[in-house]
Design a protein. Structure first.
Length: 238
C-alpha cells in the first residue's frame, strides 16, 4: 500500500481517523483556503475567503468520512467525496457568467474552487504530501504565470474590444477606419444590454494584418481608435 511522506514523519496517528489527525487536517485546510481566498478577494474575484473556507472544510470532512466508512464498514465507493465533487461542479458552473460586455467572468475562480475541493478531499484521505504539493502548484499557477499570460495576450495578433459608438450610423465609418489601420474584423456583435442607453454598443474581435501595426501594442491601437469622432468609449476585453 502506498505511503505518504509527511504522514510517515508524523506517525501512524496522522493516517487514522481520530481527534488529533482531524484537528491537524482542519488546521491545514483552513490555512490553504485562507491563502487562496485572500488571493481571490484581493483581486475582487467571486468566491472569496469565507466561501473557500467552508467549501474546503466540507470537502476535507467528506474525505475523512469516506476513510471511516471504507475502513470500518467496508464500503467500496467513496460516496461522500463523489457527492461533494458533483455539488462543487454544479456550484462552480453557476459562478461562470457573462458580463454586460459579453465577457466571460469567474472561470479561473470556478476552476480554483473545484481544484481546492479535490485537494481538501485528498487531505481528508490522509495524503498530506500530495495535497500540499498540489496546493503549491495551484498557487504558482494563479500567481506565477499572470504576467506571462498578459505578455502573451499583448503580443497576439488577435484581440477583442468593447466598443461604444455615438450612433448606429457611425458603424460603417468605424469599420472603414479600422480597415485603413490594418485591422480585420473577425466578429462583430451588437450588445443588447445597452439597448436603451442611446448608444450603439458592440463587442468586436480583431486580427492585426498590417506589419507596421503588429509592432504596436494593443493599448496603442485602442488609444488610436478611442480618438475617432464616432467613438464614445472603447476598451480591451480579456
Amino acid at each position: 500500500m502506498p505511503t505518504d511522506f509527511l504522514a510517515d514523519l508524523l506517525g501512524t496517528w496522522s493516517s487514522e481517523v481520530n481527534i488529533a489527525s482531524t484537528a491537524l487536517k482542519t488546521a491545514l485546510v483552513i490555512v490553504m483556503a485562507v491563502i487562496l481566498g485572500c488571493e481571490r478577494s484581493k483581486n475582487r474575484h467571486a468566491a472569496g475567503l469565507r466561501t473557500l473556507i467552508v467549501l474546503s472544510i466540507g470537502s476535507m470532512f467528506a474525505g475523512i468520512g469516506d476513510i471511516y466508512f471504507i475502513t470500518v464498514h467496508q464500503v467500496r465507493f467513496p460516496f461522500l467525496s463523489a457527492a461533494v465533487f458533483i455539488g462543487i461542479s454544479v456550484i462552480t458552473a453557476n459562478t461562470i457568467i457573462y458580463s454586460s460586455k459579453n465577457q466571460i467572468m469567474g472561470l479561473t475562480t470556478s476552476v480554483g474552487m473545484w481544484t481546492m475541493s479535490i485537494l481538501s478531499a485528498i487531505l481528508g484521505f490522509g495524503l498530506y504530501t500530495a495535497a500540499l504539493i498540489g496546493f503549491v502548484a495551484l498557487m504558482i499557477g494563479l500567481l506565477g504565470f499572470s504576467k506571462m499570460e498578459t505578455y502573451i495576450k499583448n503580443k497576439s495578433n488577435h484581440f477583442e474590444i468593447h466598443l461604444e459608438l455615438k450612433s448606429r450610423s457611425s458603424l460603417q465609418d468605424f469599420i472603414a477606419t479600422a480597415r485603413e489601420f490594418g485591422l480585420t474584423i473577425d466578429n462583430l456583435e451588437l450588445n443588447p444590454a445597452y439597448a436603451n442607453s442611446g448608444l450603439s454598443v458592440y463587442t468586436v474581435k480583431f486580427t492585426i494584418v498590417s506589419k507596421e501595426l503588429r509592432k504596436k501594442s494593443h493599448s496603442d491601437i485602442i488609444e488610436a481608435l478611442s480618438v475617432l469622432d464616432c467613438v464614445y468609449y472603447v476598451e480591451k476585453l480579456g
